[in-house]
Design a protein around this ligand. Structure first.
Ligand code: LLP
Length: 439
């Protein structure tokens, strides 16, 4: 359930007409509903309550500080995968003691940043990483709280590009090597081996791969404890899918996921950490875009909108399906056309939907691309020199710009002509009228 619904023929985000935001901020713009963020966080927290979970919101899904701060007020910690995300989470008010640092390629600087901040746990994914972390910790005179992310070799049955728990995936320490590597890591003086971590993929629509992975984690914990390692934390990752509106099968409710956790690892006496991203923010956001023009082809009708694949990459990258709706509600029984909704980028994959049935749309109409709160703005780029789009957070009838539109001037300000081409930056200055065009 989300909080984007029609009222008197207009699509609202909570109590705010999306047309009002489009007029004031321009398009494209991401709009997030606080009520949905809170609701999804609470549904998960309630489902897991008996386990006294530590829920570390996966910042990579949506790294806006307004979003992170909203969740932090609900009690969420953060799962971060870079120094930038760590800084952002701290800036949003997440205490370091509730931050997990994950990721397959942490640099020594990032390890130092995490240790100085005093994060809850660092999830390591290889032997060389453990060795480097040990060195950094010894240099700082601390012991790094570390969990080994294991790769349980379980197929999550999700999109190939977001599957992470199979042997051939780059993530985690191979299941079969985990026991040996734990034993080695336990001897390193800079490491405090606190736990086991696992994350098998994203947008899972079935709980059985979770069960399978958690059972393997359970076996590993038994083995490690028998070796005298006091495993205290289990980080079970994220991955619970959300409905995008086109699934043949229903997405499992958090209660089913919670049951799988209880029945597999609930009795191990470990602190349980979760890293949900998509299930909290995915349906809490839309991308608001304006129709630039309708282009009639001989075989298709293209609705050209002002958002592009640089603003929302998921359809181009994964063939992901996002529902697209009109902000002004169509009249029942009105004309419906089959159209392709495309962006302005010079790539054929720059499309948000093909063969979509839409009510008759006209130039200037506003469209909402739904379920865009996770991995939307977070994966945006400035391809085609298109400025990164703004973000708005709604709370009831209040709304605020929580990320300004990045201007073309700001983008150019960090570019330099090399000395051999002269230093006259005026030559590359843009006229303000062009810079502000998308605002
Ligand atoms: N923990 C780890 C270690 C992860 O790698 C991820 C996501 C999460 C937690 C959060 O997973 P979630 O609950 O959001 O499924 N860009 C793709 C998704 C990539 C997911 C990467 N890792 C997409 O747009 O579908």
């Amino acid at each position: 359930m989300d909080h984007f619904a029609y009222r008197d023929g207009r699509l609202f985000a909570e109590d705010v007409d999306l047309g009002v935001i489009a007029e004031a901020v321009g398009t494209p713009v991401y709009v997030y509903a606080t009520a949905t963020l809170r609701r999804h966080y609470r549904v998960l927290a309630d489902a897991l309550a008996a386990l006294e979970p530590t829920i570390c919101y996966a910042v990579k899904a949506n790294g806006n500080i307004g979003v992170i701060a909203t969740l932090a007020r609900e009690g969420a910690g953060a799962d971060v995968v870079s120094g930038g995300e760590l800084t952002t989470a701290l800036a949003a008010g997440v205490p370091a003691s509730r931050i997990v640092f994950s990721g397959v390629g942490k640099s020594a600087d990032e390890m130092e940043q995490a240790l100085r901040a005093g994060v809850l746990q660092i999830n390591a994914e290889s032997e060389p990483e453990l060795e480097l972390l040990d060195q950094v910790a010894c240099r700082l005179g601390v012991r790094a709280p570390v969990a080994l992310r294991v790769n349980p070799d379980v197929d999550a049955h999700t999109h190939d590009k977001i599957s992470t728990g199979r042997r051939e995936d780059k993530f985690g320490i191979e299941w079969t090597a985990a026991h040996r590597i734990y034993a080695r890591a336990a001897a390193l003086p800079g490491l405090d081996l606190v736990g086991v971590a696992v994350h098998i993929g994203s947008q899972l629509t079935d709980v059985s791969p979770f069960r399978e992975a958690f059972r393997r984690v359970r076996d590993l914990v038994a083995m490690l404890r028998a070796d005298g390692l006091p495993i205290r934390t289990l980080d079970l990752g994220g991955g619970l899918g959300i409905p995008y509106g086109n699934e043949g099968t229903a997405v499992p409710p958090p209660a089913d996921y919670a049951r799988a956790v209880v029945e597999t690892v609930g009795d191990l006496g470990c602190r349980l950490i979760f890293e949900p991203g998509r299930m909290i923010v995915g349906n809490a956001g839309i991308l608001l875009t304006r129709v630039l023009r309708i282009k009639e082809g001989s075989t298709r009708t293209f609705v050209v909108v002002d958002a592009g694949m640089n603003d929302l990459l998921r359809p181009a990258l994964y063939g992901a399906w996002h529902e697209v709706v009109l902000v002004r509600e169509a009249q029942p029984g009105g004309e419906v056309r089959e159209v392709d909704i495309v962006g302005p980028i010079c790539e054929s994959s720059d499309a948000f939907g093909s063969g979509r049935k839409l009510p008759a749309v006209a130039d200037g109409d506003l469209l909402a691309i739904r379920s865009a709160g996770a991995y939307g703005r977070a994966m945006a780029s400035s391809y085609n020199a298109r400025p990164l789009v703004p973000e708005v957070l709604v709370d009831g009838s209040a709304w605020a710009v929580v990320q300004e539109r990045v201007s073309v001037e700001a983008m150019l300000a960090s570019q330099r002509l090399p000395p051999w081409l002269g230093s006259d930056v005026a030559a590359v200055r843009v006229a303000p009228a062009i810079a502000g065009r998308r605002g």
